[in-house]
Ligand binder design. Sequence first.
Ligand SMILES: *[C@@H]1O[C@H](CO)[C@@H](O)[C@H](O)[C@H]1NC(C)=O
Ligand SMILES: *[C@@H]1O[C@H](CO)[C@@H](O)[C@H](O)[C@H]1NC(C)=O
Ligand SMILES: *[C@@H]1O[C@H](CO)[C@@H](O)[C@H](O)[C@H]1NC(C)=O
Ligand SMILES: *[C@@H]1O[C@H](CO)[C@@H](O)[C@H](O)[C@H]1NC(C)=O
Length: 598
Amino acid sequence: MEARKTQLLRILVVILLQHHLQISLILVDATSNVHIVYMGEKKYEDPVAITKSHHRFLSTVLGSKEAAKHSILYSYKHGFSGFAARLTKTQAEKIAELPGVVQVIPNGILKLHTTRSWEFMGLHYYQSSKNLSTESNMGEGTIIGIIDTGVWPESESFSDKGMGQAPVPPHWKGICQKGEKFNSSNCNRKLIGARWFIKGIMDMINASTNTDEYFSPRDAVGHGTHTASTAAGYFVEKANYRGLAAGLARGGAPLAHLAIYKACWDIGCTDADVLKAFDKAIHDGVDVLSVSIGNEIPLFSYIDQRDSIAIGSFHAIAKGITVVSSAGNDGPVAQTIVNTAPWIITVGATTIDRAFPTAITLGNHQVLWGQSIDIGKVSHGFTGLTYSERIAFDPDSANDCRQGSLNATLAAGKIILCFSRPDTQDIQSAAISVTQAGGVGLIYAQFHTDGLDSCNLIHCIKVNYEVGTQILSYIRRARSPIAKLSSPETVIGDLVSPRVASFSSRGPNSMSPAVLKPDIVAPGVDILSAYPPIGSKDIQGYALLSGTSMSCPHVAGIAALIKSLHRDWSPAAIRSALVTTGWLVACFSNRNRRNEHI
Ligand SMILES: *[C@@H]1O[C@H](CO)[C@@H](O)[C@H](O)[C@H]1NC(C)=O
Ligand SMILES: *[C@@H]1O[C@H](CO)[C@@H](O)[C@H](O)[C@H]1NC(C)=O
Ligand SMILES: *[C@@H]1O[C@H](CO)[C@@H](O)[C@H](O)[C@H]1NC(C)=O
Ligand SMILES: *[C@@H]1O[C@H](CO)[C@@H](O)[C@H](O)[C@H]1NC(C)=O
């Protein structure tokens, strides 16, 4: 984000002195920005002919073929017709009026649908497809395409050891595109293809300023590796996060093949790159597309919204590809759902029946419970405990522990209790603040506690407001309050679950309330899946993330199982099968078993 270029629009200020002193501003949009010129269905089968037609078309506006070729970033020619090109505002407006043009879309940034929680810990939970996966041979013969941040090909989840001798499906026409630290030897019979798309984001942001990024399908973010392995990772025994929640990790369709389309970078994704990813995925012959990204919350119609995912998925579905997408993480507020085009399978997130309870023992021996995924940062024994307001420079603004608010003289060596504001869930920011002030632990009270974060240097425990208030009243009563923070445990089966995650974006669909969205919900809180060796050194290839980004590939995996059983089923049939048979999978505990429709 920091690398974002300053606004490209150059403003020329011309001061005109007339009869009276009068100042006028003349805006000259001499600078070009990337626009997507969307032209609907393709007119020719031959992609070369389509590209040529784009050059011809654009040269009528720009004056020459050379100028047209120079301006075009991408020609969309497999799934649909259109191109991304650098255009001035005037040129874009002119093109929008020309026959054959459906819409001209300024290249915008889309976001990944995780919460801010990285380095989560937990267990990959996958009960609902147990029977389906046995009957469907675990997705064998199908190809799941992932439009995301790329892949870490060395992850055990992408090993093809268990893929048998089955050849790559004959309908596969993709490639393994090489780049920085990535070449064809990184693909195998599990990971059959990988491509990367960077022109759209490069035009906006200087991606080369991020030294951690790879100019290749290799994943420097983690999101894409995580979602790909949730959809179709092979079985990996004893997967765990820092020793917790060890178990068998597997994707929804462990025998499905994966095709990776890296269109997203640490700073986000652009419409131009995402549309090219759809175009190529349609060409390559994927069966299912998993797209855990989204636009801002829509306000108008599908068309006015300039929604590149709606456009790309429309053409994918017309070619028989099932498209699954995430609902967004802007809940629990109503009308926050995105990816609401009726042809997309839109997925919300639920909790699973697993928790990481962590005991907080107060000086009066009262034991209260929160949740945490911080292992190995526990200070044994009792430590001083205080409330942020008592140690803040400005008591009015400090109960959420925002950065810079705490007096280090008073915070040093203490466990600090902070309350989130109702509208934010920024435990990471509070953790940084506490760490900088020399605190040794953070108890963070929130309204909505779904999704856990690891705090890098200190022990963080999330509690609900009720527990937070109990701790606060102890602090107020005690002469010198102390507390002991324990290590988290992994507990299965004794929660009311699944429950729609607080962050999962809610309907109704603001554009067409009659089109019910989301279509389905799936696990998306504290999901363990493959992760690149980036960030903390003690992560052994698996991490916990939360978000509708994590629930989306669960459904993509199931869609591949169905496709494997019924090769001739259309995306509409697969969607129908999913939404009419989706059922609440109660947790193992009989006490909490309920039969509710999901
Ligand atoms: C799934 O399979 C198990 C074991 O084969 C069986 O007991 C169970 O009834 C099946 N469930 C459904 C919904 O078919
Ligand atoms: C591909 O990468 C591997 C490891 O980085 C390297 O050993 C190999 O020579 C490369 N192969 C090609 C064809 O470039
Ligand atoms: C991008 O960043 C690199 C490295 O900082 C710099 O050399 C280059 O000039 C930048 N390019 C643009 C277009 O800003
Ligand atoms: C921080 O707290 C100490 C100890 O109470 C106090 O002396 C100091 O003035 C405080 N610092 C600020 C900037 O308020």
